[in-house]
Design a protein around this ligand. Sequence first.
Ligand code: ASP
Length: 341
Amino acid sequence: MENKPNILLIYTGGTIGMIKDYETGVLKAFDFDKLEERIPELRQLDCDVEAISFSIPIDSSNMNPKYWVQIAEMIEENYEKFDGFVVLHGSDTMSYSASALSFMLENLSKPVIFTGSQLPIGDLRTDAKENLITSIQIASLDKKNPGIKEVCLYFEYKLYRANRTTKINAEHFNAFASLNYPELGESGVHLTIHEERLFRPSKGKKLVIRKKLDDRIAVIKLFPGLHEEAVQCIFKNENIKAVVLETYGSGNTFTSPWFYKILEEAIQRGVFIVNVTQCSGGSVIMGQYETSVHLKKIGVIDGKDITTEAALAKLMYLLGNQIGRKTFKTIFETPLRGELS
Ligand code: ASP
């Protein structure tokens, strides 16, 4: 008889693993070893599930690159033993973490599914059970030849490529969107996976875990009235190695000479600047409008349709791996894990 798929649940924290303290009304983490007590339905799944947890589960607002390395190491240590991984994570920064892991897990050949919930597991109307159970089912699909070889995010009946997602709602169960790439799958009466949309890593390569991340980066979101001093403040700091510039529409900025001067000087000093649109969907097209022509000329990196979350993760990953100045722009503009078109 064939063995059942083995799935590892990694609990990092977040609402999904919380219960309400009925005296104070405050949400707090519950003992994850008691998972099956909370969700007896887990016993009905046609796979073996083991769970490990951060020693102190965190609200995902406290997430940072050190914790990403911890998640990556938990996957690394258990990679051979398990057929798939489900990472339980607070929804607030899930897209950042899942994007980062997509870069850190190079040549991934097993599914890694991030999920969480808007309501805690103990709540009567919770979305946690569906998100958790379906994520486990997706992670255990087709054990011998898993079609999913990438980091995904599952939430409210939809499976997404993780590095394409953004949290778009603080209260709806439908809290995530992937506006520039279609869903990888849906859960309805049937669990449908769109094979043709899945990421295909190079064949036969061994998993490499990239743990060096350089977080000396910043985001500048443009707004009408943004001050020279505020922009200067960031670029004057020698410790800032890369900046995500959240621009208007298809990559446009105001054309004030002081602004161009600051950007140009920074690029000449070796600071990497990535143009990402502040629109939720669509792409940067540098040179389409007069208001982006100069950015292209001075060597601003074209973020195309990447999300800010994925751009930050990719910058940390490329800076951490000391990609040289000459190739940095080309590599950033090339899709590595399906994060841009
Ligand atoms: N604040 C929580 C967190 O991100 C919200 C959630 O889990 O959805 O950890």
